[in-house]
Design a protein around this ligand. Structure first.
Ligand SMILES: [Zn+2]
Ligand SMILES: [Zn+2]
Length: 210
């Protein structure tokens, strides 16, 4: 029977997702609830994983580093990053618009990173670069061990950490609405905080110690 809650349909497809370790999802979904990508059936969660990683591959079969079957962190990171992409890009661009020596760079997809010593996390970032390095780097990160919590990083400092309710609603199948703009405002406000945050203070301390 279809895995979707309350769906009684008995005909359908198994999700074709296989992770790096060879584990398969194999959950069953009917015609209405399965999603096809390049003619391959995926459950809703794994369809979003594949879509999030697809921009770096020519075909979905080329996608390496596929997260674990039960990883929920990547789809959340991808959804939030996509949602704030336009605003954060604009924010970084506006801050450095008069600087000819500055390049704005943004990740096209989420990528795997490490949170702490060995915890896997998924992250997408926006940055302003000069030849010597970053002027600012803003990242949306979700750690695999806290798959419902979105972290916002400026440099290496977590400046905001929250369960994003505007996304929670969407994960439950509701469509985005106008109120989403208000709901994500605190998140974008955190992005606007002055770059001279804790990381530069730490840097100053380190330089006076020398
Ligand atoms: Zn169904
Ligand atoms: Zn699946």
């Amino acid at each position: 029977m279809c895995t979707y809650s309350d769906c009684q349909e008995r005909r359908g497809w198994a999700c074709a997702y296989t992770d790096m370790t060879g584990r398969k999802c194999n959950s069953w979904w009917c015609r209405r609830h399965i999603q096809f990508i390049e003619r391959t059936p995926f459950c809703p969660r794994h369809a979003s994983v594949i879509r999030a990683l697809a921009p770096t591959a020519n075909t979905i079969f080329e996608i390496k580093n596929r997260p674990a079957v039960d990883d929920r962190a990547l789809p959340l990171a991808a959804l939030v990053a996509e949602d704030v992409d336009k605003d954060v890009t604009e924010l970084v661009r506006r801050r450095y618009q008069n600087r000819k020596d500055v390049t704005i760079a943004r990740d096209r997809t989420v990528r795997q990173t490490w949170s702490g010593q060995k915890e896997v996390a998924w992250e997408r970032s926006w940055a302003a670069l000069k030849s010597q390095g970053y002027l600012i780097r803003i990242a949306v990160r979700v750690a695999a061990e806290e798959p419902d919590i979105v972290q916002l990083l400026i440099g290496n400092t977590v400046v905001f950490k929250d369960v994003p309710d505007w996304i929670t609603r969407r994960r439950e199948g509701e469509s985005p609405d106008h109120a989403d703009t208000i709901r994500r405002a605190p998140f974008l406000r955190a992005c606007r905080r002055p770059t001279a945050g804790r990381s530069s203070r730490r840097h100053r301390r380190r330089s006076t110690a020398r």
